[in-house]
Ligand binder design. Structure first.
Ligand code: NAD
Ligand code: IPM
Ligand code: MN
Length: 351
């Protein structure tokens, strides 16, 4: 029997509330499809930071290296500055394991009310491909003259030919497989070095994918179009920061950030990939047992697909679709009153 070793990092806030439902779903599918899942849980979190002075142990990355995949809840909580917690755990994993593609599917499901008029269920079905390890999220820069009137901060965005090309190729290949279109988001009218470079690389790579229609849009206009015409997208590729912002916007268009999943992929499979909901630790609802677990569950489905079980993954997304289309059971973010546990139980009935 195939066995997969999974690292579980619940993290902070609702991260710890949405991972157990994902695990319940995974176990059902493992039993049904005849594969095993062995979990190792890591208590790396802000709580750990406040106790031990570090988000994870010094050899944390080494511990994860031999896992087949990582399932993460959320990182960051009031009491620890966000740049300390995130750069102490989530971002080092993405970088050390060269998870340079962040895949964030977006669907308006039947039975979910989108705040966007005209966002029809079924018609809105696209993927944001976010560059995940360079760009605007860089360590190049510094702070000077702290506390003085001439205090300043400088942060350089870093775009490399290799780094941009590999994520563009992934996005073009995905668009080719989906038989669809690719939209690239930049801001070349205002950002004069990095963004024109990205545009040039898009045009260069596009020549290798003659069957993919592609277009480039300025990020500001594109953000408006996400709201005005979300059904017009298929694969949207963007830099680290732009992809981050677009994916929260897309999640809101799809009805709730609680549903949105993400796959941090290392396409070469030299290292484990990491799967996590798009949302954060949601301190405003943490501890109440009302978080929507679907983002984590859908992320677990993306993990199954990555581990070579596409049919099991589809059973999960089909069950999510059925849950939303055919039942009234919903968590509060979707206008219902169900708890995380009740919502999960209903989903498992439909699996
Ligand atoms: P957030 O995503 O945690 O919350 C934004 C809003 O969405 C809140 O009102 C929250 O209640 C709601 N929400 C989020 N997930 C939900 C779910 N599953 N069900 C129902 N409602 C949900 O974003 P934030 O408030 O900006 O961030 C909180 C903390 O999480 C910060 O420390 C931030 O840095 C961190 N964060 C971590 C990740 C990650 O680990 N990948 C992602 C985003 C934010
Ligand atoms: C996400 C989050 C992270 C990011 C933060 C918490 C560093 O917003 O995964 O979307 O920007 O990558
Ligand atoms: Mn984000």
């Amino acid at each position: 029997m195939t066995n997969h070793r999974i690292a579980l990092i619940p993290g902070d806030g609702i991260g710890a509330e949405v991972l157990p439902p994902a695990r319940q779903v995974l176990d059902v599918l493992g039993r049904r499809h005849g594969f095993g899942l062995t979990y190792t849980s890591y208590d790396w979190s802000c709580e750990r930071y406040l106790r031990d002075g570090a988000m994870m142990p010094e050899d944390g990355l080494d511990l994860l290296r031999d896992e087949d995949a990582i399932l993460l809840g959320a990182v960051g909580y009031p009491g620890v500055p966000d740049h300390v917690s995130l750069w102490g755990l989530l971002i080092p994993i993405r970088r050390a394991f060269r998870q340079y593609v962040n895949l964030r599917p977006v669907r308006v499901f039947e039975g979910v009310e989108s705040p966007v008029r005209g966002a029809r269920p079924g018609a809105v079905d696209f993927v944001v491909v976010r560059e995940n390890v360079e760009g605007e999220y860089s360590e190049v820069g510094g702070r000077l003259n702290r506390g003085f009137p001439d205090e300043m901060a400088v942060q350089e965005a870093v775009f490399t030919r290799a780094g941009v090309t590999r994520v563009l190729d992934h996005a073009f290949e995905l668009a080719a497989r989906r038989g669809g279109r690719l939209t690239s988001a930049t801001k070349s009218n205002g950002i004069v070095h990095t963004m024109p470079f990205w545009d040039e690389l898009v045009a260069e790579r596009a020549a290798r994918f003659p069957r993919v229609d592609w277009e480039q849009e300025h990020i500001d206009a594109l953000a408006a179009k996400f709201v005005l015409a979300p059904e017009s997208f298929d694969v949207v590729v963007a830099s680290n920061l732009f992809g981050d912002i677009l994916s929260d916007l897309a999640a809101a268009v799809a009805g709730s950030i609680g549903i949105a999943p993400a796959a941090n992929l290392n396409p070469e499979r030299d290292f484990p990939s990491m799967f996590e909901p798009v949302h954060g630790s949601a301190p405003d609802i943490a501890g109440k047992g009302i978080a929507n677990p679907l983002g984590a569950i859908w992320s677990a489905a993306l993990m199954l697909d990555h581990l070579g079980h596409p049919e099991a993954a589809k059973e999960v997304t089909d069950a999510i679709a059925a849950l939303l289309a055919k039942t009234e059971v919903r968590t509060r973010d979707l206008g219902g009153t169900a708890t995380t546990a009740e919502f999960t139980e209903k989903l498992i009935e439909l699996l």
